[in-house]
Design a protein around this ligand. Structure first.
Ligand SMILES: [Zn+2]
Ligand SMILES: [Zn+2]
Length: 176
């Protein structure tokens, strides 16, 4: 297995969180945040106020900056997230997920938990020498982050469907 299931889920969550900034920002209301948490199965404390939303939104550029950063910059950023989040690894089991690692307190604010979870997943990426699995969508007009969790390192396009979109364009161009 490339990464543990919780690290894979965390990396996909980070990409989705950062990508919510693109096009029309899809994380602008508390309802958006509720939907995000439901989709990505983010459990634990929720404040459901403007400060919580703002803190999560502020996390996006920070995580985006780490995704393609030089190794030293990435490491520094990850360690900073862990320090600021008072990270303390503990095995937990909840909501149908078997034993996995949480480094955050379950009562920590949402943005802090997301930051620590992201940092823990990036720890696995760095430690495993797998930084080339983090990229940006290969479509020229798309800046979405991509995490390639495929066995043969084949994922080039984001989950918003750029691969299919470009294939359809190429097909139409060939027929024209
Ligand atoms: Zn968990
Ligand atoms: Zn894309």
């Amino acid at each position: 297995m490339l990464f543990t299931h919780d690290a894979q889920a965390s990396l996909r969550t980070v990409a989705a969180l950062v990508n919510s900034r693109l096009d029309e920002d899809s994380l602008t209301t508390l309802a958006d945040l509720d939907a995000f948490c439901a989709q990505w199965e983010v459990s634990g404390r929720r404040d459901r106020d403007g400060a919580e939303l703002a803190a999560v939104r502020d996390l996006r550029p920070r995580l985006a900056g780490l995704w393609l950063a030089e190794e030293e910059v990435l490491v520094e950023g990850v360690n900073a997230l862990l320090r600021e989040g008072d990270a303390l690894p503990q095995l937990v089991r909840h909501d149908g997920w078997d034993w996995h690692l949480h480094a955050h307190r379950s009562d920590a604010p949402l943005a802090m938990r997301l930051a620590v979870e992201a940092a823990m997943a990036l720890v696995d990426v760095v430690r495993g020498g797998e930084r080339d699995r983090l990229s940006v969508c290969a479509a020229e007009d798309c800046e979405a982050l991509v995490v390639d969790l495929s066995r043969n390192r084949s994922r080039k396009f984001c989950e918003a469907g750029c691969g299919n979109r470009l294939a359809a364009q190429a097909y139409r161009a060939r027929r024209a």
